[in-house]
Ligand binder design. Structure first.
Ligand SMILES: [Fe+2]
Ligand SMILES: [Fe+2]
Length: 184
C-alpha cells in the first residue's frame, strides 16, 4: 500500500514526493493494522489457530506505522486527512476475507504484501540518493513485509481459482497509487 514516486512526479521537487511517500506509507500501515484487526476478530471465533501469526504481523504493522509517523515532522510531512477511509476500507477487507476462511486470509495477506513490496522497491530507488535515512528505514521495513509475504504464501494449503481471481482484485483494491496523488 505504497506510493510509486516515479509516475507523475518526474519534475517535482523531491521533498514533495518524499512527503507523499510518508503520507501514503503511514496511511497504508494504518489500513493494514485494520485488516489484521478485523481478521483477528473473526479468526478468534472461527479458526483460532492462525491468530498468533496474525497478531505478530499486526504488531509489525503497528511498528511501521509509528516509524513512518515519527519520520514525518523533520520532513514537514503530515498524515493523510482521510485516515478514516483507510480505517474503514481495511476493516471491510479484513472482515470479508476472514469470512471466506483461513485460506482467503492468506491470499489477502499475499496480495497486500505484494503490492507493498512493489511500491517499496520503487521508493527505495527514488530515495537512495535523495534521503538516505528514510531509505534505510524503508529497507528495514521491507524485510519484514517480505517475511509477511513468504509466510502468507507458505500458509496457503492450495492455490486454486480463488487465488487466481482474488490476488489481482485485492492487489488492485489496496494499491493507492492514484489515490495517493489526490488525498493531499
Ligand atoms: Fe507494514
Ligand atoms: Fe506487512
Amino acid at each position: 500500500m505504497m506510493l510509486n514516486p516515479s509516475r507523475k512526479s518526474g519534475n517535482r521537487d523531491p521533498a514533495i514526493t518524499i512527503r507523499r511517500i510518508l503520507k501514503v506509507n503511514h496511511a497504508g500501515e494504518f489500513g493494514a493494522i485494520r485488516i489484521y484487526g478485523a481478521q483477528i476478530a473473526v479468526a478468534q471465533r472461527l479458526f483460532a489457530d492462525i491468530v498468533p501469526s496474525l497478531k505478530e504481523m499486526r504488531d509489525d504493522e503497528i511498528d511501521h506505522c509509528r516509524l513512518f509517523r515519527e519520520a514525518m515532522p523533520p520532513r514537514y510531512a503530515k498524515p493523510c486527512r482521510v485516515m478514516s477511509l483507510w480505517s474503514f476500507g481495511g476493516c471491510v477487507l479484513g472482515f470479508l476475507t476472514a469470512l471466506g476462511g483461513r485460506n482467503m486470509v492468506w491470499i489477502c495477506t499475499e496480495a497486500v504484501e505484494r503490492t507493498v513490496h512493489r511500491h517499496l522497491e520503487d521508493q527505495l530507488t527514488f530515495l537512495a540518493s535523495r534521503d538516505p535515512d528514510l531509505h534505510a528505514l524503508i529497507a528495514s521495513i521491507q524485510e519484514q513485509e517480505l517475511a509477511h509475504l513468504r509466510e502468507a504464501e507458505h500458509n496457503q494449503k492450495r492455490q486454486g481459482p480463488s487465488h487466481a481471481v482474488l490476488l489481482p482484485v485485492i492487489g488492485g483494491l489496496t494499491d493507492p497509487h492514484d489515490l495517493a496523488f489526490d488525498v493531499g
